[in-house]
Design a protein. Structure first.
Lengths: 217, 217
């Protein structure tokens, strides 16, 4: 059975995984400081560390799980762009330029319809007005037997947790106190009971948590 | 600059990474107990865990580094087979059957020449009577800009350490006392001074060590 997975979700020690107000200047809504603990270059493998002066660390090993065996992603609208309401005619094609990192179909949850976008590297964005269950079913078909990644942000991941659709989460708790923002954990007390959690501290100062859903739950 | 890497080298807490006598029945020479801490299925990625009842663990994340960005392997003769002396006409094609895990050129260090072997999945075995430096040069050419893995056994890795040719090692120290066998560390006291070592304990009971060579040494 394919999995539904969450990867490399960074959060502060007080539980915030994004800021409150996404703008073009602040894609993580004011929580940009989280990103300094992240190395997005290794998401398709550590071979991206072409400079051998950059060590192969446990942090990077865990970040490299992101792309392994993934056939599609589902993301919230705010991960795709800062707009709200009906889509403006602004030529927006996502934050990532013409080489988005996904290289698979990506399903963007939005109440507003829009034509899909296609990129030469295999990435495509499709816009869905759907529940978590419906979106996952569509993404699983597109994934062709591979796993589906729930790409965030935190409120999108929470929506899939509430629907009990997440099989695996890789969370990264960074030593940073944000004080405000969007928490993954709002309104889902006790959610840990559905999972077995492995915690690993690394020399980078972060704690990686691997949440694997208990079987039979 | 491509790296020369060692991956998933399991060793007992008393430092032994192989037993003394390799036979067809005992490919690790009596140290087979080491292998129970290993999951070889994930060496090309965690998508091999097709049964979602098997958790994605930190151990498996680290084992999945094995194939990332590797273009060739160098191995000692005992990793290829139990024979010694001139090659017998025994039809031996390695321990792995017709689907060897390597999927790249593999260079087997042997004083006895032999025709190369080719497999449909991209693996080929080439037999070299060469020093560590010479073998690495040949393997790097075959790797086409990707990294070269030194595949073991421990005495082969030690030979490359003595020649100061190793950039990265992933060692896995398992809670097992063997008492006898082949140690990686024989005759190279102080070798750790050339490396920065990160150690990670996991819930599996093992310690992973990531040895990254210091630059400028």
């Amino acid at each position: 059975m394919p999995r539904t997975r969450v990867h490399s979700m960074l959060m502060s020690v007080d539980g915030f995984a994004a800021g409150n107000h996404v703008t073009v200047q602040e894609p993580i809504g004011g929580a940009e400081a989280l990103a300094s603990w992240y190395d997005g270059r290794v998401i398709h493998g550590i071979q991206a560390l072409s400079d051998s002066a950059e060590p192969i660390t446990a942090d990077r090993a865990l970040f490299s799980l992101w792309g392994q065996g993934i056939g599609a992603e589902i993301m919230g609208r705010r991960k795709f762009g800062p707009q709200s309401g009906p889509w403006p005619e602004d030529g927006w094609r996502g934050w990532w330029g013409e080489d988005p990192p996904f290289r698979t179909p990506v399903f963007v949850l939005s109440h507003y319809p829009r034509e899909p976008l296609h990129f030469a590297n295999g990435t495509s964005f499709h816009f869905l007005d759907a529940t978590a269950h419906q979106a996952l079913q569509i993404a699983q078909q597109a994934a062709g037997g591979l796993d589906v990644r729930i790409g965030g942000g935190p409120s999108t991941v929470r929506q899939f947790l509430e629907a009990d659709l997440i099989d695996f989460m890789h969370l990264v708790i960074v030593p940073l106190v944000l004080g405000t923002g969007v928490s993954l954990w709002d309104g889902i007390p006790g959610i840990q009971q559905r999972f077995t959690v492995e915690s690993i501290g690394t020399s980078g100062g972060v704690t990686h948590q691997l949440w694997n859903r208990n079987r039979g739950d």
